[in-house]
Design a binder for this molecule. Structure first.
Ligand SMILES: Nc1ncnc2c1ncn2[C@@H]1O[C@H](COP(=O)(O)OP(=O)(O)O)[C@@H](O)[C@H]1O
Ligand SMILES: [Mg+2]
Length: 310
């Protein structure tokens, strides 16, 4: 897949000096769905605002289909549609007028046939002459997407498309996004829901504290997220992992007082019962056990530690 957006060494400091982005490198591939996953305050909105050229960049550059988004702002911006997190629509305008107006802002000639097509794609066509205020929440969100697509962009940014939205509406949004991808739109969305990234993305980028921690194929990342840890508190500390347990991923912690077993939730069977039996056979007495699911937070910690060692 060709790269459609390149972000190179991008930093952003807000007035007052707060550095919201720290040397971000990121490549977006044509036709993919990339989810930027990170907690509140991570810098997701800042990053997409910088890519779209609506927030100034402090250092680095952004190329959109080869166009620098500062020196060739209009060319770069015309390729991008942005769906903001907040619903900000004129309640008394009709759907059609709302979307037409957005197209006009880009200096594009009227093309109602194109807008009708977008409205059909988004299941809004029969609402084209309805006032925005009469629409359901889900429809209003789709109007935001229609507005973002009004000037025929190739790349669509969705900033937290489902934050604070109920489950059925969230699934509806996932379907809408999948449909858009099928029609050739490259999609970048931000989210703080792991399930959302899992449901939609081809690749997932994890962002925290203004830095991209990793970008990976979804399959590979979900595998890592699916790992669990079983902490086995021992009655007597051990100096080494008991012999004959090589088939298990084991390590000692807390000065030998704890045996740590890492396993894959997605594999058939966890092996916990077998492991506990094997320990009993070796005379290792267990005081307590508890499991930990690796969370996004753990992955951040692991990544930061790994970087520290590299
Ligand atoms: N206009 C601004 N001025 C100063 N700081 C800001 C501004 N906008 C965002 N920030 C700060 O930058 C950080 C990243 O914010 P943001 O990009 O909105 O994160 P996210 O979208 O991941 O929740 C936060 O600490 C936020 O408080
Ligand atoms: Mg945000």
């Amino acid at each position: 897949m060709a790269d459609i957006v390149r972000v190179e060494g991008l930093s952003k400091s807000y007035k007052g000096g707060f550095q919201a982005l720290k040397h971000v490198d990121l490549t977006i591939r044509e036709g993919e769905i990339l989810a930027l996953l990170g907690p509140n305050g991570a810098g997701k909105t800042t990053l997409i605002s910088c890519i779209c050229g609506i927030t100034s960049i402090s250092a680095g550059r952004v190329l959109v289909a080869g166009h620098d988004n500062v020196t060739e702002y209009r060319a770069a911006r015309s390729l991008i549609g942005l769906v903001p997190q907040e619903i900000n629509l004129e309640p008394f305008e009709t759907v059609m007028a709302t979307v037409r107006y957005s197209r006009g802002l880009f200096g594009k000639k009227d093309n109602d046939a194109y807008i009708d097509e977008v409205l059909r794609q988004l299941s809004l066509y029969d609402k084209r002459d309805t006032q925005v205020r009469a629409l359901s929440g889900g429809m209003k969100r789709r109007v935001l997407i229609a507005k973002a697509l009004s000037h025929e962009p190739q790349i669509l940014f969705l900033d937290e498309p489902t934050a604070g939205v109920d489950v059925s509406l969230r699934k509806e949004m996932w379907q809408t996004v999948a449909e858009l991808q099928k029609r050739g739109v490259t999609i970048i969305l931000t989210t703080h829901y792991i399930e959302e990234a899992e449901a939609m993305a081809d690749r997932i980028g994890i962002i925290s504290d203004g830095q991209i921690r990793l970008v990976r194929e979804k399959q590979a990342l979900m595998h890592e997220l699916g790992r669990k840890v079983l902490r086995i508190e021992l009655a007597q500390p051990l100096t080494e992992v008991p012999a004959g347990l090589d088939t298990y991923e084991l390590s000692l912690a807390k000065d030998g007082a704890e045996l740590v077993y890492t396993y894959d939730v997605q594999s058939d069977g966890t092996g916990i019962t077998r492991l506990l039996t094997a320990l009993a056979e070796r005379g290792v007495k267990v005081r307590d056990i508890r499991t930990e699911q690796s969370s996004l937070e753990d992955i951040f910690v692991d990544l930061v530690e790994a970087e520290g060692q590299a």
